[in-house]
Write a protein that binds this ligand. Structure first.
Ligand SMILES: NC(=O)c1ccc[n+]([C@@H]2O[C@H](COP(=O)([O-])OP(=O)(O)OC[C@H]3O[C@@H](n4cnc5c(N)ncnc54)[C@H](OP(=O)(O)O)[C@@H]3O)[C@@H](O)[C@H]2O)c1
Length: 329
């Protein structure tokens, strides 16, 4: 008799709520390519019953959230809009499902985040690992905080300084919303600021993270709309306590063992990061100013490290898997 040996690898069922959106489809694509996960359900609202092609190949058929048993998944990603997400997160948790929430509803600084780890993975890994619920950071905050936190943690920023974050995002950052100002004719060959006046909703989570650091600083954040589909480039001006002989050194030291943070002497470009789960950073010293000042340049793909990719990093940790599993580096 011939014996056949097969290596049976159990796949973990995971669900996506809001799967027809930009972040949701990216998540479905990551799950379909993941060696240890299988897609239990993919929900949508207006696109219920429709089948969509996924980025990088494959397809998915959406079902209404009311028609799925949330408990059929071990973990669910909520890629629902702000306001709609918290209720579904609560329902999934009642059914014993672990959740990564991509919306702002449960993020630090947003009012209802008590004890819920903020999933900026490289800064909160231990809390994420044991968590049953994680609030995934916003895309702009991921780009900005990765650039600011090493300097604050190492006490290098001037006390009371104002850190100025100028950032530009591709249009998928606004989601699949039908809005006049997001029509092709309004966006293409154009460039403009929005959310000016330092009141953008992403400031709440950035301020909350910065407030936990030893130096007291102000943040100014000005977002811009870029005529590209995906990617964020942030240019961040930081007044220092004293000049730095090697301004890249604090970043190289902090991120030395981080597979998804690329510290490089070269200026980052969107083409370096599109489709990849990475933050790419560099630093320049500024000439001709009284206070020693540096600029940090940070690039991410808003749908990967800014949304689905980072959510997958967190989910891997919550499920006891290797953090990098199934992620394009
Ligand atoms: N886009 C980004 O770069 C980015 C980055 C970081 C975080 N996020 C956050 O991730 C979440 C998803 O963002 P997105 O850009 O992917 O949004 P999106 O493209 O607008 O997609 C939203 C999804 O939620 C569904 N939906 C909308 N209203 C619903 C409701 N009331 N009940 C149930 N389902 C509903 C939509 O389904 P139908 O279209 O079928 O109605 C769609 O599947 C948001 O909270 C966003 O802030 C986005």
């Amino acid at each position: 008799m011939r014996h056949e040996y097969a290596l049976y690898v159990h796949k973990i069922p995971v669900g996506v709520l809001g799967a027809s959106g930009y972040a949701g489809r990216e998540l479905c694509a990551l799950i379909q390519r993941h060696p240890r996960l299988t897609l239990a359900y993919a929900t949508a609202n207006s696109q219920r019953g429709e089948t969509a092609q996924l980025p990088g190949g494959g397809s998915v058929t959406f079902v209404a959230a009311d028609d799925v048993t949330l408990g059929h998944a071990t973990l669910a990603f909520s890629a629902l809009p702000h306001g709609a997400s918290a209720e579904w997160v609560a329902r999934a948790r009642e059914d014993g499902v672990k959740v990564v929430d991509l919306s702002a509803d449960l993020r630090i600084g947003n009012g209802s985040s008590d004890g819920i780890p903020y999933g900026l993975t490289e800064w909160n890994r231990q809390a994420v690992r044991g968590a049953t619920l994680v609030a995934n950071p916003g895309c702009y905050p991921t780009s900005a905080l990765m650039a600011i936190l090493p300097l604050l943690e190492q006490g290098l920023v001037a006390d009371g300084a104002t850190i100025n974050i100028n950032a530009a995002s591709g249009v998928t950052g606004a989601g699949l919303t039908a809005r006049l100002d997001l029509l092709f004719g309004e966006v293409t060959e154009n460039f403009r600021a929005y959310g000016v006046g330092n009141g953008h909703r992403h400031l709440k989570e950035m301020r909350a993270m910065v407030a936990a650091m030893p130096t007291d600083v102000d943040l100014i954040f000005t977002p811009h709309l870029l005529p590209v589909a995906r990617g964020i480039l942030s240019t961040i001006t930081v007044p220092l306590r004293a000049p730095l002989s090697d301004p890249l050194a604090p970043f190289a030291a902090r991120y030395a063992n981080e597979p998804f943070i690329e510290v490089s002497p070269d200026l980052p470009e969107l083409r370096h990061v599109q489709g990849r789960n990475v933050v790419r950073l560099t630093v320049r010293r500024l000439e001709g100013v009284r206070t020693p000042t540096i600029q940090v340049f940070s690039a991410i793909d808003n749908l990967m490290k800014g949304a689905a990719g980072q959510a997958m990093q967190n989910a891997n940790l919550m499920l006891g898997l290797d953090e990098t599993m199934g992620l394009p580096a």
